[in-house]
Design a protein around this ligand. Sequence first.
Ligand code: ATP
Ligand code: MG
Length: 442
Amino acid sequence: MIFNFFKFRKSDTTGGDKSQVVAIPKNDHNIKSCDISSSARKTIETLQAKGYTAVVVGGAVRDLLLGEVPKDFDIATDATPEEIKQLFKRSRIIGRRFRLVHVYWGRDVLEISTFRAAIAGDQVAKFVKDDKGRILRDNVFGTQEEDALRRDFSVNALFYDPIKEIVEDFSGGYRDLLQKRLKIIGVPKVRFREDPVRLLRAIRFSAKLGLEIEKNTLSSMRHLKTLLLNVPSSRLFEEMLKIFFCGKAVSAVLLLQAEGLLQMLLPEAQKALKDDLGKKFLLLSLSKTDQRVEDGRSNSPSFVLAAILWSEVFVRWRQGLASGKRPFLALVQAIDKFYLSRNSRGLDIPKRIEMDIRKIWLMQARFLKTRGRSPHALLRALRFRAGYDFMLLRCEAGQEDQDTGFWWTEFLRSSYDDRLEMTGMVKKKQYNLQPRKQTVGR
Ligand code: ATP
Ligand code: MG
C-alpha cells in the first residue's frame, strides 16, 4: 500500500470551525467502491443526493484496508435521526443512549448514526457521568471530525466515501493501520475512564487484527484495569463473549492473562493455565472455537464457558474420585463447591447459561456408564450434543480415556438394535412380544 495522502481543509457541517482531515485518494488505498454492499451504497447515495455528508465508518473501513471482509457496514452522516427517517420509508429510530436509525433493504439492516461530539479535556464536563468518570449519556450531535475523535481507537475512526472513493482520516488511523498499531484516540487515561470496556476492546482488536498496542495506550491499560469491575455485568459478559468468538480466542486469552485481566475476570482460567492438563484443555478448546469461527460454524457461549471454567471442577472431581466417591456424586459435589467459591468472584454469568454449563458438566460422569439403560437415557438429555463434544475434547486433552470417546461415537452411529447389544440390554420386543402361534384343537 502506498503511503501518499494529502491534506485539505473542509468546512464542517455546523458552519463552525474549519477542520483538518487527511484524505487518501482512490489510487493510494486498496478499497474499491464495489467492496461496499449495495444497500450501504444506496443509503449513502440517497443521503448525499439530499446534500448531506454520508460515509462508511468504523470497523468496515478498517477491515477493508486490512484486506478483510467486513461483518457489516455502518454509516455516519450529518443528517439527524429524524431527517434520516424521513428519507427512508423502511427505517426505524432506535436506542436511548445513542439514537441511531436502522434502514432496511430486504433482509439487510444498516445502522446509520448522526455525527456525535467528541469528548475531550474541557468538554468532558458536558457529559453525564458516574462517580468513576464513566459516561452515561452522550447524545450530543457534532461535526465529522468530532465524531471521529470520540471513537475509541484511531484505526476505528476512519471514514470511506464510496462515491468520491476517498478514505478520510482525522485521527492518524491510516498510518497506525499501516504500522499495525492500536492506539487509543486522545488522552489514554481519560478515554479508558470514560468507558472501561475499551480495555477489553483493545485486547480483542489487538488479538484479532494482529495489531500491537501502542506504548501509552498499554501503560494506561495496566494502570486502570480495575475500572472494569465497575462495568455493568451484562456489558462485561457481552464483551467477553466477543473476545471468545473473535476468531483469535487463543491469542486474546493469552493477552488477557499477560495484562492481568484474566486473573480479575476469570481467575479459574488463570489457574487452569498454570496447570499442564488444565492448560492443554483450555487452549485446545479455544483453538477449536477459533477453527469453528473460521469455518463459519456457530459457537455456543455455554460450551465455551463450560470449557473455560472446567479445570477447577475437574481437579476437585478427581480428588473426590481418589477418595473413593462414586463418579456422579463426586462431580455434583465438585460443581457445588466450585459455585460456592465462585460467589462474587470475577465475571457474572447469566443464570440461563450457568444452567447449561452445569448440564454439560454433569453429563461427564454419565458418559462413564456404558451398560444398561443409562446411555440410552443420556442420548435424550438436553444439551446432549454439547456434553458429547465436551467429552471428546476432554479425551483429546488427555483427561479421559480415549476408549470412552470411541465407544460413544460408535454408539451414536449404531442402529437401535446394535445400541441395545452394546449396552448389554436384552431386546424385549424380540423375545417377549413375538405373537405366539395359536395351537387350536390339539
Ligand atoms: P467489529 O468488527 O468487531 O464489529 P467494530 O469496529 O465495527 O468492530 P463495533 O463495536 O461494531 O466495532 O463499533 C463500531 C464503531 O463504533 C467502532 O469502530 C468505533 O469507532 C465505535 N465504538 C464502538 N464502541 C466504542 C466505545 N466503547 N468507545 C468509543 N467508540 C466506540
Ligand atoms: Mg461493527
